[in-house]
Ligand binder design. Structure first.
Ligand code: UFG
Length: 326
C-alpha cells in the first residue's frame, strides 16, 4: 500500500520511510530537497516537488495511489523563523493547505501531521499535556499550530481523519546507521556536540546559563527518532481502523538540561567536549517536557530506545559513518 511521505528525504521523514517499509507499506517520498538528502531516500520511490506548487502535488497523485499521508515536510529552525517569519507562514502553512486540499480532492483521507511542542510556548515550567495552552513563541510554532487548526476544520467539513503528533526534541539515529540526522547549517544540540567531539567544530556554545533551572540551562525532553517514527506507524494503523482526530505528545516525560546532554556525550564517546558559555538564543523556551501518556495508552506506543545514552550512542555511530554529507 502506497503511503505519501512529504519530507521523506529529511531526518525524521527518512526514518519514517524505513519504518513504513519494514511494516509492509510502500513509502512514496515527496520532497523538494531543500533541506533533505537524495541519499536518504532508500526505502521507496520519490517525486521531487514543492508543496507550494500545486501542480507538483497533483503529479504525485497521478503517478502513485497513496492511501494515507504522513506530512513531515516543513522548515523547522527557530532562528530562521525569528528572522524570516514570512518564509515559515508561506512554506509551512500554505504548503500544508495545498497538500490537505489535494488529499481531500483525491479522497486520501487518513492524514498524520508532524506538529511540535513549540506550539505550547513557554508554560512556566509545567509538564505539558495535550490540553496545555498553546501560545507559540515564534513563527515556526505558530505555523504548526495553524496547520493543526486547518486539519480540525477539514476534519469537520470534509471528513479528513487526522492524527497530530506534537514532537518534543527528536534525537538519535537509525541504530543500523542507514539514515541519520544531518542539517545544513546544523543548529541542533546533539549533532553539534558530536561535531565538537569529532573535531569538526571547535566546541559547543551553551545558549544561556541564567535560566531558572537547576544548572541554569534549558531543559528538553529528548525522544529517539526510531521510537518517534514507530508512533507514526501505530498512528497510521489506528487511522486505518477508522479512528482519528486526536493529538498526541511524543516525548518521554524526562527532561535533560543542555549541560546534562553534554555530560552524557562525554561519557558515551569517552572524549572531551569543549564548551563556551553564551547568551540566550532568541525564541527558546526554558523547559519543554511532555507530561502525557496518551500515546502509550491509546496507541500502545513504547519509547523503548529513548534513553539519553542510546540516543547519543546511535547518533555517534551514524556520525562516524554518515555518507551523504559532502
Ligand atoms: N543549544 C545550545 N547550543 C547549541 C545548540 C542548542 O545550547 O549549539 C541549546 C538550545 O538553546 C536549547 C537546547 O540546546 O536549549 C536544544 O536545542 P536544539 O536546537 O537542539 O532544539 P530546540 O529545543 O531548539 O528545537 C527543537 C526542535 C525544533 C523545534 C523546537 C521547538 O529541534 O525543530 O524544538 O522548541 F522548533
Amino acid at each position: 500500500m502506497d503511503i505519501l511521505v512529504t519530507g521523506g528525504a529529511g531526518y525524521i521523514g527518512s526514518h519514517a520511510c524505513k519504518a513504513l517499509a519494514r511494516a509492509g507499506f510502500t513509502p512514496i517520498t515527496f520532497d523538494n530537497f531543500s533541506t533533505g538528502w537524495r541519499d536518504a531516500v532508500r526505502f521507496g520511490p520519490y517525486v521531487e516537488g514543492d508543496l507550494t506548487d500545486k501542480s507538483s502535488i497533483a503529479r504525485v497523485f497521478q503517478e502513485h495511489d497513496p492511501k494515507a499521508i504522513l506530512h513531515f515536510a516543513a522548515l523547522s529552525r527557530v532562528d530562521e523563523a525569528m528572522s524570516n517569519p514570512g518564509l515559515y507562514w508561506r512554506n509551512n502553512v500554505l504548503g500544508s493547505l495545498n497538500l490537505i486540499e489535494a488529499a481531500v480532492e483525491h479522497g486520501c483521507l487518513d492524514f498524520v501531521f508532524s506538529s511540535t511542542c513549540a506550539t505550547y510556548g513557554d508554560q512556566d515550567n509545567v509538564v505539558l499535556d495535550e490540553s496545555s495552552p498553546q501560545e507559540p513563541l515564534n513563527a515556526y510554532g505558530a505555523s504548526k499550530l495553524t496547520v493543526e487548526r486547518i486539519l480540525h476544520d477539514f476534519g469537520v467539513t470534509h471528513g479528513l481523519r487526522h492524527v497530530i503528533f506534537r514532537y518534543f526534541n527528536v534525537a538519535g539515529a537509525d541504530p543500523e546507521a542507514e539514515v541519520g540526522e544531518f542539517h545544513r547549517p546544523e543548529t541542533h544540540l546533539i549533532p553539534i556536540v558530536l561535531d565538537a567531539v569529532a573535531g569538526i567544530r571547535d566546541g559547543v556554545t551553551i545558549y544561556g546559563t541564567d535560566y531558572p533551572t537547576e544548572d541554569g540551562t534549558c531543559i528538553r525532553d529528548y525522544v529517539h527518532v526510531s521510537d518517534l517514527v514507530d508512533a507514526h506507524v501505530l498512528g497510521l494503523r489506528w487511522l486505518m481502523e477508522g479512528k482519528g482526530n486526536e493529538v498526541f505528545n511524543l516525548g518521554t516525560g524526562s527532561g535533560f538540561s543542555v549541560r546534562e546532554v553534554i555530560d552524557s556525550a562525554r561519557r558515551v564517546t569517552n572524549r572531551d567536549v569543549p564548551t563556551t558559555l553564551g547568551d540566550r538564543r532568541a525564541g527558546d523556551a526554558v523547559k519543554l517536557v511532555s507530561g502525557s501518556t496518551r500515546a502509550e495508552e491509546e496507541l500502545n506506543w513504547q519509547p523503548r530506545q529513548s534513553t539519553m545514552h542510546q540516543m547519543i550512542e546511535d547518533a555517534w555511530r551514524w556520525h562516524q559513518v554518515a555518507d551523504y554529507r559532502e
